[in-house]
Design a protein around this ligand. Structure first.
Ligand code: AFP
Length: 352
């Protein structure tokens, strides 16, 4: 695993200003969005860190649009982001994994030219057991002519993203983002309340050590997915076995693989033919970051960032990570295999 050490102390603010100077025509609006995101990240980190201390854990009793039990911290994180972002005059609309429709900018605030899509607290079922969770964000530029953002502005392919980032609330809090000029990671110094550049120019290894997949779905996977997972585990003799690591928090699994190399897979299955993860709030932003770091992301047939979104909460199968490992997925998923040719993972493991 490559370690990235900054040689001097660079705050996220200074880094953003220096990046902006490289673009003489930049208006500073995107930089403003990044500052506001950093502020929201600190506020959410503070809530997540104290979640075990105060009695704010547990389901709030409402379901989100996917029918999942919503945790209180999801609601808190959602509100923090909306409040940190809606009045800056830089956004014209928002959308959140926790809300069914567009989140408009209130009439009393100015509108800007960007849209923000976000998953406020990904992996929220892990909150109660003190496992890392994360926030994921995607920034798009407005396309329509009116002042306020419309659905068309939000339903853009991922390749049109202007920025994407995630925050991981782990053993430390990190903010990782790209504006298309590489991927940079900042670690929150809780003593001074600043994100400091800790991982400049992050690159994902060409092929990796880790396989992150929930293989309890093996019974409902297609046969070519099962064949692919046998390949990653070294069971068909074609490659060295990868190590299986699955947190069940996408940000945590993705972050580990970004540093150490490997692939995260959430394939479609017979029960969830579109997979589970959301194109706009999860797959697109992480795909932008992954590609900027030298990796790839596919739904099995198409580059994730080329998939046309048709609705806000669209789901998509996801294979994301090191270039060679994702290429293996694309190649193997393109060729259906006869079921008889693919023993189950457990049968194969038992016989080896
Ligand atoms: P929750 O937010 O409901 O915990 O879901 C987390 C998530 O969207 C993503 O972060 C995980 O990678 C994935 O779902 C885990 O799903 P499985 O439990 O089906 O493996």
């Amino acid at each position: 695993m490559g370690f990235h050490t900054a040689t001097s102390v660079v705050t996220i603010e200074r880094f953003i200003i220096e990046q902006e100077r490289m673009f003489p025509h930049a208006t500073g609006e995107l930089s403003g969005i990044l500052y506001d995101i950093a502020l929201a990240a600190k506020m959410i980190a503070n809530k997540v860190r104290s979640a075990g201390l105060v009695d704010i854990l547990g389901a709030e009793g409402k379901d989100n649009v996917q029918g999942e039990a919503q945790q209180k911290l999801d609601v808190i994180a959602n509100d923090i982001i909306i409040k940190a972002m809606d009045h800056g005059g830089r956004l014209c609309a928002m959308a959140s994994e926790e809300e069914p429709d567009i989140i408009p900018i209130p009439d009393n605030f100015r509108c800007g030219k960007y849209c923000l899509l976000f998953d406020p607290l990904d992996g929220s079922s892990n909150i109660d057991v003190n496992v890392p969770v994360g926030t994921i964000l995607s920034v798009l530029q407005k396309r329509t002519n009116g002042i306020r953002g419309e659905m068309e502005d939000l339903l853009q392919r991922g390749k049109y993203q202007k920025a994407a980032g995630y925050i991981i609330y782990g053993s430390s809090t990190m903010l990782v983002y790209t504006t298309g000029q590489g991927v940079h990671g900042f670690t929150l110094d809780p003593a001074i309340g600043e994100f400091l550049l800790s991982h400049p120019n992050m690159r994902i290894p060409e092929s990796g050590r880790y396989l992150s997949v929930n293989d309890s779905y093996e019974q409902v996977w297609d046969d070519n997915v099962r064949a692919l997972m046998r390949r990653y585990r070294g069971l068909d003799g074609e490659q060295r076995a990868m190590s299986v690591r699955y947190v069940g928090s996408l940000v945590a699994d993705f972050h580990r693989n970004l540093l150490g190399g490997g692939i995260f897979a959430y394939p479609a299955n017979k029960k969830s033919p579109r997979g589970k993860l959301r194109l706009l709030y999860e797959a697109n932003p992480l795909a932008f970051i992954c590609e900027q770091a030298g990796g790839l992301a596919t739904d099995g047939a198409n580059r994730i960032m080329d998939v046309k979104p048709l609705e806000l909460h669209q789901r998509v199968p996801l294979f994301i990570g090191s270039k060679r490992d994702v290429e293996t997925a694309s190649a193997m998923l393109a060729q259906p295999v006869p079921a008889s040719a693919v023993p189950s993972l457990s049968a194969a493991t038992a016989s080896t």
